[in-house]
Design a binder for this molecule. Structure first.
Ligand SMILES: Cc1cc2nc3c(=O)[nH]c(=O)nc-3n(C[C@H](O)[C@H](O)[C@H](O)COP(=O)(O)O)c2cc1C
Length: 306
């Protein structure tokens, strides 16, 4: 029998995600507006969804060297655009070039491979990388943690005190919570999301491997994705939905047929979903939720989510 590889402890050091780990990430070119009004592109991977639901807006978080053009531009005018690039080697090569610290916008953008086009959100916005498969246009929320007090201009490092999660967070570091104003997607993938994704209509998303040394960044090409069915643990269990539905509100009843349509809701979310449905039913003057009423209610729930 093959001996299993043992997990062995590794020392946690600065930049642990790239020095002590293999950490899969996306490759994003962030466009910002420089002091002379030109669009600057910087390569970034530490950029993740932050507020995904239950807040007034949706947001990403960016972890960034605070002396970078990107950080300085964000401190100055708050606008940035996240351009997600595909897995072509020439694009990654260009991303690594745009990721070399210390160059001015004019120097790095002089012979840039990418095509820049104007934003539809206004002339104060950075331009967009046309080759991107998807684009998030964002505004930094500098109201969190009073980060609007942090100002651009200190390229040799910022002195304490530091903020915990938004603005200047250490001598050389910054975090930016970026409100997503608009998501744009190439038509092919837009259609895929609207009409149904299959293994053939994913964009060619590269994986930035996180790990790097003083010589190389590492990236891998896209491979055809495979799917895994979500377990259908509740299937056929109409009785438990009926049981829960009967206990939400004495004035609103669910028919058996409507309950049958709700068996796929995972048990932990069932009570909250039924409660919300009853609340909408009451607003709509519905006292019996049948299949037709359920369609109306679910339509309203979807709209509320938006
Ligand atoms: C693939 C890749 C990913 C990178 N990710 C980050 C990151 O998430 N945060 C960061 O501060 N720097 C990151 N860098 C380094 C920045 O690109 C570098 O600081 C660069 O100078 C930023 O450009 P700018 O000064 O025009 O903003 C990355 C570089 C590469 C090549």
């Amino acid at each position: 029998m093959k001996k299993k590889d043992k997990l062995k402890e590794l020392r946690i050091v600065d930049n642990f995600y790239q020095t002590s780990a293999f950490y899969p990430m996306s490759t994003i070119l962030i466009s910002t507006v420089s002091e002379n009004g030109k669009t600057n592109l910087g390569a970034y991977s530490l950029c993740f969804p932050y507020y995904i639901a239950g807040k007034d807006y949706y947001a990403m978080i960016l972890e960034c060297r605070n002396s970078s053009n990107t950080a300085q531009n964000l401190l100055r005018n708050k606008k940035c655009t996240l351009n997600f690039i595909t897995d072509e080697k020439k694009y990654f090569k260009e991303a690594v070039r745009l990721g070399f610290p210390g160059e001015t916008t004019d120097e790095k953008m002089k012979n840039c491979l990418f095509t820049l086009v104007d934003s539809e959100l206004g002339s104060d916005r950075p331009q967009i990388v046309e080759e991107s498969y998807q684009v998030f246009e964002c505004t930094w929320d500098d109201s969190l943690e009073n980060a609007h007090e942090d100002k651009a201009g200190q390229l040799e490092g910022y002195e304490p005190p530091y903020r915990s999660f938004n603005g200047i967070t250490s001598k050389f570091g910054a975090h930016f919570i970026l409100k997503i104003d608009k998501i744009l997607m190439k038509e092919k993938y837009h259609n895929a999301i609207i009409n149904g994704v299959n293994s053939k209509n994913f964009p060619n998303v590269p994986v930035d491997y996180g790990y790097r040394d003083s010589t190389n960044f590492w990236c891998s090409k896209f491979k055809k994705p495979f799917s895994e069915k979500i377990p259908d643990k509740n299937n056929g269990d109409v009785k438990s939905v009926i049981y829960a539905a009967e206990r939400i509100d004495p004035d609103v009843k669910f028919t058996e047929e409507a309950c049958a349509k709700l068996v796929k809701i995972p048990r932990v979310f069932l009570k909250a979903a039924l409660t919300q449905m009853v609340q909408i039913a009451k607003e709509e003057g519905i006292s019996i939720i049948d299949e037709q009423a359920l369609d109306i209610i679910n339509d309203k729930r979807r709209k509320e989510k938006k």
